[in-house]
Design a protein around this ligand. Structure first.
Ligand SMILES: [Zn+2]
Length: 701
């Protein structure tokens, strides 16, 4: 929209909300570290005001056809080529240009010359030659790209058998981080935001939803129309189409799901969503997106949840684990402020979205559920961070908050727990510095107000923090020895300090005492019998199981005792609990509980539960069993997941060892997904060679 300036990244990596003289002419832009986009060389030369998608979905051939209209303004004179990000799975038919208001021959939308060049394994470069009359500074023009796209990294077609209802096919898109270049040509960087509209034509009986603030449906034409009135980066444009129905659950919220999932989803969320939104608004200011809807997707959804604005995408598998559902939805709500309203300008600083959203999520749960609950959940996640740290060693560059990409690195491969939890610890430290959590809340409100609808770098946040608290600036907190802001951002290793979580002791204390009892030689059955797991919360139980898992291998006697004590009881609990017990079973080769693993893998077909178990099974002695279960269940797995599991099953020699290998930032390793946070469980079809085993990090934020 006109009142919002597109941020411009200058050579010093500072994002300017208003283009400055230092950026004009592109001096130094070659030094900007936007190595993940082909359009880096020239996105700053144009302002993207708006774009429109006109699409037809063809389920029979799994194809999206249509066109895109980009409304652009040339900012710099003399630029004759428009470079956009695209993908080999997107086939361009033609590109036209129009300059509104110009009469005569120039108004007849001439076809333009274009060329698609290779860029990386996750995208290509679309170079469009612009006519001379177009590229006058500050003149608006429209580029229309007619194209067809199939099943690139952003687009997930599900045959009917892969949906929950198993009656109709479904398609959804997943743009984060750099996948949407296979959905539509774009400046595929979070530094560029624009409004968008869309027209989507579908067969009868199909409902379409998009991450848009307004929508309309013409039943007669079977056409859905969408409008996102607020500027968003390309990765937050999302679409889902299938047999979807809704129930209103609040004044601005509805739950969408396949009919067979809807009742359960509504009953699990009830009136909580409006309550969480109200708490968030009290803390961080008005919710700017208008609607907050949630759509539950089939188990093939490759991640847990995605913060698409106005419409959170979340996997239906999480419904049975109530506390995880609660945390995941609150986390996505928090992104409404942190990540979506104010966005990290580069993927090298993803903590600006995830660290702040995790902090905000915990402020919301503290207000809504108390400090003890929030501290318990934080202890559980920080345990996972330290597990990841042990795996990676202290000097791995992925543990930096400001990572440095080299060309060819897929930003999607760098989602990890440091982004979330080390980022959270840094934000908590800033909060401590100002001495009062409420004062820090007011700083965050001001930060949102100052930067909403723009993209920022860490320096923007830190400069604003020091301006907001001048007394802290005067006392040079940014240079405090050992806790320098620069060290927080650029040092490898664990957080420089962690928040005080002693308020969670009432909940974490019993967990640790029970762990200690099981660690004593021999375990004392009477003392152990005093602890009743069924009276515990899910987070207490998963913390207990994770700590047992950390102590594996356990003796066969202890495993026998554990199984007698807990196995049947845990089998009645939710999937987040069960997968952890089953991982203990696998890592200790405890055969009596093997049937439970088979039952679990027959029931659960999502990536977040299958991949960790198959990795464990295949790196131990149960590979034949894993292959047998895989052949029995593969027809119900998405082809991308099937390929991942086949790689785990049949390339074990190249697989991660129990200690895992370390992804490198220094060289392109396109086949290396990273340790994987909950709402970013990896790219669409991540090969497993050279990865860190998901089992070691499957408890992330
Ligand atoms: Zn997140």
């Amino acid at each position: 929209m006109a009142q919002f300036q597109r941020p411009t990244l200058c050579c010093c990596r500072k994002v300017l909300t208003v283009p400055s003289k230092s950026c004009e002419g592109g001096q130094g832009l070659g030094q900007c570290r936007l190595v993940d986009i082909a359009s880096a060389s020239n996105f700053h030369c144009f302002k993207l005001r708006h774009f429109h998608l006109d699409l037809r979905l063809n389920f029979a051939v799994k194809e999206i056809t249509g066109w895109q209209v980009l409304e652009l303004v040339a900012i710099q004179p003399g630029v004759q080529t428009l470079v956009l990000d695209t993908h080999p799975s997107l086939l361009i038919q033609s590109i036209d240009c129009k300059v509104p208001g110009i009469t005569g021959a120039q108004d007849i939308s001439p076809s333009l010359i274009y060329r698609v060049d290779p860029f990386t394994d996750y995208g290509s470069s679309l170079n469009i030659s612009l006519p001379a009359y177009v590229i006058r500074p500050h003149r608006a023009f429209q580029i229309t790209v007619r194209y067809t796209t199939t099943d690139g990294p952003a687009i997930w077609w599900l045959d009917a058998e892969l949906t929950c209802g198993q009656t109709r096919p479904l398609v959804f898109t997943q743009g984060h981080s750099v996948c949407n270049r296979s959905f539509f040509p774009c400046f595929d960087t979070p530094a560029v935001k624009s409004t968008y509209t869309a027209t989507v034509r579908v067969p009868e009986g199909v409902t379409v939803l998009m991450s848009a603030s307004r929508s309309a449906y013409s039943k007669q034409d079977r056409v859905f129309q969408f409008s996102m009135e607020y500027p968003v980066p390309a990765y937050l444009v999302a679409l889902v189409a299938g047999d979807l129905q809704h129930v209103d659950i609040g004044p601005r919220s509805r739950v969408w799901a396949e009919p067979c999932v809807l009742t359960c989803a509504v009953s699990k969320l009830g009136g909580s969503v409006e309550r969480w939104l109200n708490v968030a608004e009290d803390l961080f200011g008005p919710y700017v997106w208008g609607r907050y809807d949630i759509v539950f997707l089939p188990p093939s959804f490759p991640i847990v949840a995605m913060e698409n604005p106005c419409l959170t995408f979340i996997i239906s598998s999480i419904l049975e684990s109530r506390e995880f559902l609660l945390i995941d939805v609150i986390h996505e709500i928090a992104h409404g402020w942190f990540g979506n309203a104010v966005t990290n300008a580069t993927w090298e600083e993803m903590w600006l979205s995830e660290g702040l959203a995790t902090y905000a999520q915990r402020r919301i749960t503290t207000e809504a559920y108390g400090e003890a609950f929030t501290c318990l959940e934080t202890v559980f996640r920080l345990d996972a961070l330290h597990r990841q740290m042990r795996l990676l060693g202290d000097n791995n560059p992925v543990s930096k908050l400001q990572v440095k990409f080299e060309p060819g690195i897929n930003p999607s491969s760098l989602m990890n727990l440091f982004t979330y939890e080390k980022g959270f610890c840094f934000v908590s430290y800033l909060s401590q510095l100002c001495g009062n959590v409420k004062r820090f809340d007011s700083f965050l409100r001001a930060y949102i107000e100052q930067f909403k609808f723009s993209s920022v770098v860490a320096q923007d946040l830190l400069d604003f923090f020091l301006c907001f608290f001048p007394e802290l600036k005067e006392s040079c907190v940014a240079q405090r020895e050992g806790l320098e802001f620069e060290r927080w951002l650029n040092a490898c290793g664990p957080p420089l300090c962690e928040p005080d979580l002693s308020a969670g002791g009432v909940l974490t204390g019993p967990v640790q005492r029970l762990c200690d009892l099981w660690a004593s030689e021999p375990p004392d059955p009477e003392a152990i019998a005093n602890f009743n797991l069924s009276s515990w919360s899910t987070f207490q139980t998963v913390l207990f199981l994770d700590r047992l898992l950390d102590r594996s291998p356990l003796s066969h006697e202890v495993m026998g005792q554990l199984s007698r004590c807990y196995s049947a009881q845990l089998d009645e609990m939710n999937a987040e609990v069960r997968i952890r017990w089953l991982q203990i079973v696998v890592r200790n080769s405890f055969y009596p509980d093997l049937p439970r693993i088979r039952g679990f893998l027959h029931k659960h077909t999502s990536r977040m539960y299958t991949v960790p178990l198959y990795e464990d099974l295949c790196s131990g002695v149960m590979k034949c069993f894993a292959a047998e279960v895989f052949y029995q269940t593969q027809a119900r797995l998405h082809p991308n997941l099937r390929r991942t599991l086949q790689q785990i099953l049949f390339q074990t020699s190249a697989l991660s060892t129990p200690t895992g290998s370390v992804p490198s930032l220094l060289h392109p390793t396109p086949s290396s997904p990273s340790p994987t946070p909950r709402d970013q469980l990896g790219p669409s079809d991540p090969p497993t060679t050279g990865t860190i085993a998901l089992r070691d990090v499957n408890v992330s934020a």
